[in-house]
Design a protein around this ligand. Structure first.
Ligand code: SIN
Length: 278
């Protein structure tokens, strides 16, 4: 029987009693979707999955999303790899707080990541609950954020002069001028599915609409300091065969290092945001 256990953390739940190597019942999918809305990050340990199983899992939650600047793995157009070889010494991919592809007009609802090769230490993924971050804001800050639109862009990461334009080791990244496009989203916004208010920002925010430069810089710094305070953060430790699903609309996340000399490989799919699946 499916069993949802809330983690002792500001977000996250562990789910047991479901096997994604086989089709899953509508009843269990309903429980999983509700748990996703309630806890924002779901951890499914001990799942022995092939790539086809991962695609089936993601498609239970929504259409598979586009991954604009990461090439898929060989033979699977919908799956990308988060991969770092044991001999790599460059920057860790995605080690800054972000919501996946938040620069899109309709950013992905979720992302799932499946652990294939997990180092014995390090490589944890951090998640920060942005409903809680909003709730705990001082009232004057809430009032200040009301009606502020953040400008999101992939340019600092994926433009031809962006952070990922250099050597990316085993990550299959393509940089392009497309990354210079911008898209606005309210910084305090209602979750499209649950309706609950939260902060929507992260490292793709490059500016704020109708905000003088000095105020924009100050606001960016205040938000950066606030959004990822320890009291909002769950630190996830990986195991091989572990599947994790998160909600990009309610958490920020970041990768971390600390596994020098070890390989790390996870398979990743993004899930588009489609009200047809709510
Ligand atoms: C990601 O942001 O998709 C990668 C997270 C990780 O490698 O821990």
């Amino acid at each position: 029987m499916i069993e949802v256990t809330k983690l002792n953390a500001p977000c996250g739940a562990e789910i047991k009693g479901v096997d994604f190597s086989k089709p899953v019942s509508k009843t269990d999918l309903k429980i999983i979707r509700q748990a996703w809305m309630d806890h924002h990050v779901l951890v499914f340990p001990n799942q022995k999955l092939e790539n086809e199983d991962l695609v089936r899992f993601a498609e239970y939650l929504g259409p598979i999303g586009d991954d604009p600047f990461i090439e898929p793995i060989d033979g699977h157009k919908k799956i990308a790899a988060i991969h770092r070889r044991a001999d790599e010494t460059g920057r860790i991919f995605a080690d800054n707080w972000h919501s996946d592809w938040s620069f899109m007009p309709v950013p992905p609802a979720g992302t799932c990541l499946y652990g294939l090769i997990i180092p014995p230490e390090g490589g944890d993924t951090f998640f920060s609950n942005q409903h809680l971050a909003y709730e705990m804001l001082p009232e004057e800050m809430k009032a200040k954020l009301h009606n502020v639109n953040a400008i999101h862009s992939a340019r600092t990461a994926y433009a031809r002069d962006g952070a990922y334009a250099k050597d990316n080791g085993a990550m299959r990244i393509t940089v392009s001028d497309e990354a210079k496009k911008i898209q606005t989203h309210p910084i305090a916004r209602n979750h499209p599915e649950s309706g609950k208010i939260g902060l929507f920002g992260g490292s793709y925010v490059v500016d704020f609409e109708n905000t003088p430069e000095d105020e924009a810089k100050q606001l960016a710094a205040e938000l950066r300091d606030w959004q990822n305070r320890d009291e909002f953060v769950y630190r996830h430790k990986w195991e091989p065969d572990m599947l994790v699903l998160w909600d990009n609309r309610s958490v920020l996340h970041r990768a971390s290092g600390g596994y020098e000399g070890y390989e790390r490989r996870l398979h990743r799919l993004t899930i588009a945001d489609s009200p047809d699946y709510y």
